[in-house]
Write a protein that binds this ligand. Structure first.
Ligand code: FE2
Length: 340
């Protein structure tokens, strides 16, 4: 049995936004560092899936060729108006900001595999019930970035209720070396071709669990320290900018005053009470959210059953306007975020 992780990030993933003002790097690690770590952990197949970028995956692919024991798949986690979707075995960058259907068509036109990451997440952009009728190959039943007790558990329930319908996958969603290695996808064989075959035959199995919330703190500290190093490089005129490296490009564009302010703000974040408080607040949020979602779980599973029955019978399930209202609201919000 081979082990794959089809959801890895590097510093090519650019920025995330907290509120309206605060932007922070998604990751500060290089494709080479991520690969070295995963090789040490015993994986045979990996996919680098940066947000809306594939330059880091190509860089990783080149590096992986130096070793005989690991296959690197070029992937991308694409931001669509409906939520995030992953394309694997890509040859070209897929544009962000389209509908998920258009995005899937582009991935398919490159001969790619389509995966829904964290489909039922209540705290990051998952595709939710949209996956049911979508042309996907599989979805994540374990996402390493979801320590809440609802999102992965619910995805597992949906997967197990319809055996053979989708490939069962686990992706660490690791943006840091600290958050990698707690989950993996088992498949027959040990190469990327074997893995692709297993997905198409629905013979994969998502294993493991989400990373410990403490590792998310390590990730955030890694991001702050790595970000400060880049800001220092900017102030010393030593910043290196690779093609597709959104992080270095962004830091290159900011003023020297802004870079100095960022170094001071970052140092304040590293002060232990703030990191501990941030972790405690996020755990509280995840617990409350999980409780709220779990209370509606049985009703949601029933509704999913009716939607699937509708798809299979050709008589679409109609729940009035509700599905459209929810979707339109989500699209409006996503479009606003993309414009910003
Ligand atoms: Fe991700």
């Amino acid at each position: 049995m081979g082990r794959a992780d089809t959801h890895l990030h590097t510093h090519f993933s650019g920025f995330n936004q907290l509120g309206n003002a605060m932007k922070f790097p998604e990751s500060v690690i290089t494709p080479e560092t991520q690969l070295d770590q995963m090789r040490r952990l015993g994986y045979q197949v990996l996919a680098i899936t940066d947000h809306d970028e594939i330059a880091g995956a190509f860089q990783g692919e080149k590096y992986a060729r130096k070793f005989g024991d690991i296959d690197l798949i070029v992937g991308e986690e694409v931001t669509t108006l409906d939520g995030e979707i992953i394309g694997l075995f890509l040859t070209e960058k897929v544009p962000r900001g389209l509908s998920v259907e258009e995005t899937v068509d582009i991935i398919r036109s490159q001969g790619g595999i389509v995966i829904a990451p964290h489909p039922f997440s209540f705290h990051v952009p998952g595709l939710q019930e949209k996956i049911l009728a979508l042309d996907i190959d599989g979805f994540e039943t374990v996402n390493g970035g979801h320590p809440d007790y609802y999102s992965n558990m619910f995805a597992r329930k949906v997967m197990d209720a319809y055996p053979g319908r989708w490939a069962d996958l686990a992706g660490s969603d690791a943006h840091s070396v600290y958050t990698a290695g707690t989950c993996w996808t088992e498949f027959e064989g040990n190469s990327a071709d074997d893995f692709r075959d297993s997905i198409l035959k629905r013979k994969t199995r998502g294993c493991g669990k989400a990373a410990d919330p403490f590792t998310q703190v390590q990730w955030s500290m890694e991001v702050v320290i790595g970000g400060q190093k880049l800001l220092m490089d900017k102030l010393r005129n030593r910043l290196e900018i690779a093609e597709g490296d959104q992080l270095a490009q962004k830091i290159d564009r900011i003023s020297r005053l802004m870079a100095g302010t960022g170094i001071i703000a970052g140092s304040a974040y590293l002060f232990p009470p703030i990191t501990c408080l941030a972790t405690a607040l996020s755990l509280l949020y995840l617990r409350r959210g999980s409780k709220r979602m779990t209370a509606k779980m049985d009703e949601r599973l029933e509704r999913i059953g009716r939607i699937i029955e509708g798809i299979d019978s050709g008589v679409p399930y109609d729940d009035g306007e509700k599905m459209f209202q929810v979707r339109n609201k989500r699209i409006e919000k996503a479009a606003k975020k993309l414009d910003g």
